[in-house]
Design a protein around this ligand. Structure first.
Ligand code: ADP
Ligand code: MG
Length: 682
């Protein structure tokens, strides 16, 4: 290979680099928009500089020398008649020393810093020839990758711009309604901003050109979601009609309470979905303790009654086990065969359980993600219930979706979540799901009283723990969250456990944490359930769904370290029985203002939706939805926090466009198609 080719990358090598940035087709380049801009349109006077400014200055080099100040460095001073500016390089080549020879007129560009002995200085400024023509527009800086420089990218982008037609996909009516700039003008402006363009707005992405692009991106997301919905609705599922042998009624007699109006309503919504011949995809939201389990059981009864299998999946074994106990207690007496499938089973038992699922013997199977593993097949799966679905990782949710896709007839899917998503947010970002909400708690609950205790009142608290336990009730003691390290978290929990054993020797105390082998976890949970333990020291493993009605006191240590949603989930573990319950938030002073706001919210309200609203207010939707974690929509230009109003407009537009201009909707989606996978929730 000739030596020269190592320097100039071959066209195919460059294409590969571009491809690694996702740039293949012309339109990919068109939508490869600048990350930021540099302003090289003007020269600045030294006496007008301010710290932090990206500035460009021309002046005569007054002094240049290589000095050792800690390390070897090149320093110079330039003078433009209005003042002097210090320059400094920590790494430099001989050619750079030459470029700043005394007496030369040079142009430098860099960030202005304050505070040097000389006044302002620039560290590692870019030096160029003085008097060269100034650029007449802001210089875009593109997302790049190793081996591709800015001029190469700029050239490729402009070449693509010259080849494509930037037709507008939006009808004039839409552009008008939201006062949107045209697509072509926006794109041109963002790639080659004219001299007079509002620099700040361009940099801050508030320029109308950016607003248009963000609108388009969010619109594409909305369209992709409704396409996903349409695709799902074009798939086949078993239409599961109402009860043949009255299993559902017998179940209702069995559970021993009457459904609340809210439970009735969501049951109707779910049952109606299941009667349709395409797969249900419904999210059931309801606060902790609102009674989602029985709703899932009713849906299950309907499916089982028609000869279908039902799978119930939970994110942890503790929770799955609890569901299994509850479900089998309800269903076994009615003659329904239930099964248990989880990772902790021995391979042999797992195989046996899976075989019974495969041949249809097991009608109702409860378990963890072991249920969706490759080797598990169902004879006739009609309904899949996923509890606390947001707890499942992206990978698991994907494999669940794929499992459904592989079947010629997909099962109906009911997801349940106790993290209420405020309505506006749900409408915007969960548009491909149907949502049912249980908005009232079952009757007869005594509200949980919440108290805030500074850590210094611990002794007082211990006396109260003792009293509560003497009254025959049980107590949770939740240990602080240690985000940095699971090992440290375990250590704190163990310390607390040891300390409480010494302080309250008369009590039966258990310790539950995530690192315990599953069997032990389940054993401890069962012991607590059966009241063989009085007090359970636990990490946040109990956050999800644990149901022990006799527990009426919860103490959360270092409550200031928990998030609002998490505190609410934890508190939901008490107040499940007839007894008056208390939740004590122990905190350590001093409290940050954010922590104060959180604890105050916990003190002031128990309404899950109100808490969610405040949480959203405090953290913004991005954090709230745990975007990165949930794999939700990776938007490139729009910001889910800042651009919520645009998202709302995009949502309205998507509906209108599909109804009135389906061809424009299709064209728009097509344009943004490369991103479609990113635009979809999974
Ligand atoms: P979650 O929605 O948090 O999963 P659960 O389904 O565990 O709540 O229900 C919480 C408790 O409320 C359970 O003990 C359940 O048996 C009880 N429950 C549910 N619905 C009703 C009802 N309509 N009337 C009385 N108790 C109910
Ligand atoms: Mg639950």
């Amino acid at each position: 290979m000739p030596a020269a080719s190592a320097k100039t990358a071959s066209p195919s090598a460059i294409s590969k680099k571009f491809a690694s940035l996702g740039l293949v087709q012309d339109f990919d380049f068109v939508l490869h928009l600048p990350l930021r801009y540099e302003d090289e349109t003007a020269l600045h006077r030294i006496d007008s500089l301010y710290p932090g400014q990206m500035a460009q200055v021309e002046g005569i080099v007054r002094k240049a020398q290589v000095i050792i100040r800690g390390r070897r460095q090149l320093t110079a001073t330039i003078d433009d008649g209005s003042g002097q500016l210090a320059l400094r390089w920590l790494n430099f080549y001989p050619s750079q020393i030459k470029a700043v020879e005394e007496g030369r007129l040079i142009r430098v560009r860099g960030e202005v810093r304050g505070g040097s002995f000389w006044g302002f200085e620039m560290v590692h400024p870019k030096v160029s020839r003085a008097g060269a023509p100034l650029s007449d527009s802001l210089t875009p800086v593109y997302p790049a990758t190793e081996g591709l420089n800015q001029p190469q990218i700029r050239k490729a982008v402009n070449a693509a711009l010259a080849r494509v037609r930037l037709d507008d996909t939006l009808p004039v009516a839409v552009q008008h309604k939201y006062q949107l700039a045209s697509f072509a003008e926006s794109i041109q402006l963002l790639h080659n901003p004219p001299k007079q363009a509002d620099t700040l707005a361009l940099i801050e992405k508030t320029h109308p050109a950016w607003e248009r692009i963000k609108f388009d991106e969010l619109l594409a997301q909305q369209l992709a979601m409704s396409l996903a919905r349409a695709t799902r609705e074009s798939k086949k599922a078993y239409a599961i009609q109402g009860g043949a042998s009255g299993l559902m009624q017998r179940l209702l007699d069995q559970v021993g309470f009457t459904l609340t109006a809210a439970q009735e309503r969501v049951c109707q919504e779910i049952l109606a979905d299941m009667q349709r011949p395409f797969p249900m995809q419904r999210l059931l939201q309801g606060d902790v303790g609102s009674g989602k389990t029985v709703v899932a059981a009713i849906a299950a009864a309907q499916a089982i009654d028609q000869g279908f299998q039902v799978a119930i999946m939970a994110p942890t074994e503790i929770l799955a086990e609890q569901h299994f106990k509850k479900m089998s207690a309800w269903f076994e007496p009615l003659g329904v065969r239930s099964g248990w499938l989880a990772g902790s089973l021995t391979p042999k038992k797992k195989q046996q359980a899976a075989a019974l699922v495969a041949d249809g013997t097991t009608q109702l199977v409860v378990g963890t993600q072991a249920l969706i593993q490759q080797h598990v097949t169902f004879a006739k799966l009609g309904l899949m219930v996923v509890d606390e679905q947001h707890r499942f990782g992206v990978g698991q949710r994907l494999s669940l979706a794929r499992k459904g896709e592989q079947e010629t007839v997909a099962p109906h899917q009911l997801s349940m979540s106790a993290t209420p998503i405020p309505r506006t947010l749900a409408m915007t970002f969960f548009a491909d799901l149907d949502v049912s909400v249980i908005d009232t708690l079952p009757p007869g609950r005594t509200p949980v009283i919440t108290k805030l205790f500074a850590d210094s009142r611990r002794d007082e608290l211990l006396a109260h723990v003792d009293t509560v336990i003497r009254q025959g009730r049980q107590v949770y003691w939740v240990c602080p969250l240690v985000e940095e390290s699971e090992a440290l978290q375990l250590q704190t929990a163990t310390d607390t456990f040891n300390r409480l054993q010494q302080e309250l020797p008369q009590l039966r105390i258990g310790l539950l944490h995530g690192r315990l082998p599953t069997q032990e976890k389940t054993a401890i949970m069962s012991a607590f359930h059966e009241h063989a333990l009085d007090l359970l020291v636990a990490t946040t493993v109990i956050e999800v769904g644990v149901d022990v009605p006799n527990a009426s006191l919860m103490i959360i240590e270092h409550a200031e370290r928990f998030g609002l949603a998490q505190l609410h989930q934890l508190r939901g573990r008490v107040g499940r029985g007839q007894n008056e319950s208390l939740c004590v938030l122990l905190y350590q002073t001093p409290l940050s203002s954010v922590a104060t706001a959180r604890l105050k919210a916990m003190y002031e309200t128990q309404d899950g939706f109100e808490i969610a609203r405040r949480d959203l207010e405090q953290r913004g939707p991005g954090e709230f939805l745990g975007m990165r974690q949930s794999g939700m929509a990776l938007l490139r230009f729009a910001d889910i926090d800042l651009d919520a109003p645009i998202a709302e407009q995009a949502r309205e537009t998507a509906q209108w466009l599909q109804a009135t201009h389906p061809e424009a909707a299709a064209a728009h989606l097509q344009r943004w198609a490369r991103q479609r996978a990113d635009l979809l929730r999974i």
